[in-house]
Design a protein around this ligand. Structure first.
Ligand SMILES: NC(=O)c1ccc[n+]([C@@H]2O[C@H](COP(=O)([O-])OP(=O)(O)OC[C@H]3O[C@@H](n4cnc5c(N)ncnc54)[C@H](OP(=O)(O)O)[C@@H]3O)[C@@H](O)[C@H]2O)c1
Length: 329
């Protein structure tokens, strides 16, 4: 039995992690829930027990004795509090982008790589990156990976409650408050801020995190990230160049044999995954597997997954489950 704290317990990701602790029968004997001062005092019921959400402060973090701390409360909160929890001896699994590219921090997708635990902070990757590296891993291992070009179609829940509220506002004819353009009846080819090279920070995250998770620092990766007016699940169109020519059957087989991948791919029956197929499910759904005749050894894939589940809460709880039970995915 372990003691667990959840920071960001009132958020979209936090609430889903709570449900998963119950669903996955994570064996905890104490659970402490934190939010900011805004939601402190709210009551949450889990397994018939009621928990009152507390405000996270430096004092209560420093005085804590948790085995594991799950954090999903934004980068600034993680930067400030994760080292304090680490100092107390806890292992922190963090959903924000704050620690992901720190060379001393593990960036983990349990199907793909393992934590070395050099530091006791483990980073959960970006949501679109997770659902991309899961199908890329078997292709890299079996056929060699030369290059990948991503185009994403990311749902509004990727921005937390704020994103869902903006889509609702648009439906009612109101102006957005979170996005800088209307998301209702629109798509926005900007996620996060622009960098000097014209890429957005979200695109830069996908590029750098893919290389780190796959352990290939020179892999050619490029990305265009787009917000779409869909409540749940991100889709990623991937154009993938391998080291050698393979058949579509070989590709399909490699994907089918890999954990967490569900292949939905039969053009003759118009079968392929959509965000609605993946919403509220844990898997990574892959379809539209086909050859790209414009380049040698190059193929198209379409990956769809629930960004709150595999893209965040489920990936974090899988890491926790592995650490507690030492089990394989
Ligand atoms: N949504 C996704 O698809 C997704 C995917 C991957 C990673 N993430 C990451 O997961 C994190 C949470 O995202 P979300 O979508 O769940 O956002 P959200 O719905 O906006 O929830 C944010 C949570 O953080 C808490 N919080 C904010 N400031 C805090 C502080 N100073 N101290 C303690 N708690 C604080 C909020 O508490 P209050 O209720 O008090 O405001 C709330 O519980 C972010 O870092 C995000 O980048 C999200």
């Amino acid at each position: 039995m372990v003691s667990i704290a959840l920071v960001g317990a009132t958020g979209l990701v936090g609430q889903t992690m709570l449900q998963l602790l119950d669903e996955e029968a994570i064996p905890f004997n104490s659970l402490t829930l934190y939010s900011s001062a805004r939601s402190a005092g709210k009551e949450v019921t889990l397994k018939g027990n009621s928990y009152v959400v507390e405000e996270l402060t430096e004092e209560n973090a420093a005085d804590s004795h948790f085995d594991y701390v799950l954090m999903s409360a934004g980068g600034d909160t993680s930067l400030r509090y994760a080292p304090i929890f680490e100092e107390t001896g806890a292992v922190i699994i963090d959903n924000s982008s704050a620690w992901r590219m720190d060379p001393s921090i593990d960036l983990v997708v349990p199907e793909v790589n393992r934590a070395s635990l050099k530091r006791h902070i483990i980073a959960n990757p970006n949501c679109s990156t997770i659902q991309s590296v899961v199908p890329l891993k078997p292709l890299a291992d079996l056929f060699g990976l030369k290059r990948v070009a991503y185009t994403t179609y990311q749902s509004v829940s990727g921005s937390g409650w704020k994103g869902i509220e903006d889509l609702d506002r648009g439906e009612k004819g109101e102006k957005p408050q979170n996005y800088n353009k209307a998301i209702y009846h629109n798509v926005i080819p900007q996620i996060d801020v622009f960098l000097e090279d014209g890429y957005t920070k979200e695109e830069d995250k996908m590029i750098r995190e893919t290389r780190k998770i796959l352990g290939d620092p020179t892999l050619n990766v490029t990305a265009t990230c787009v917000r779409v007016p869909v409540p749940h699940s991100h889709a990623v169109a991937m154009n993938v160049t391998l080291d050698k020519e393979v058949s579509i059957d070989e590709l399909r087989q490699a994907l089918e044999n890999f954990p967490s991948i569900v292949v939905m791919d039969d053009p003759s029956k118009e079968i392929y995954p959509t965000p609605l197929d993946a919403a509220h499910k844990k898997g990574v759904y892959v379809g539209r597997i086909r050859k790209d005749p414009s380049l040698p050894n190059t193929y198209h894939l379409w990956s769809v997954s629930d960004n709150i589940l595999k893209g965040a809460a489920w990936n974090a709880v899988q890491i926790l489950d592995q650490l507690i039970k030492g089990k394989e995915v």
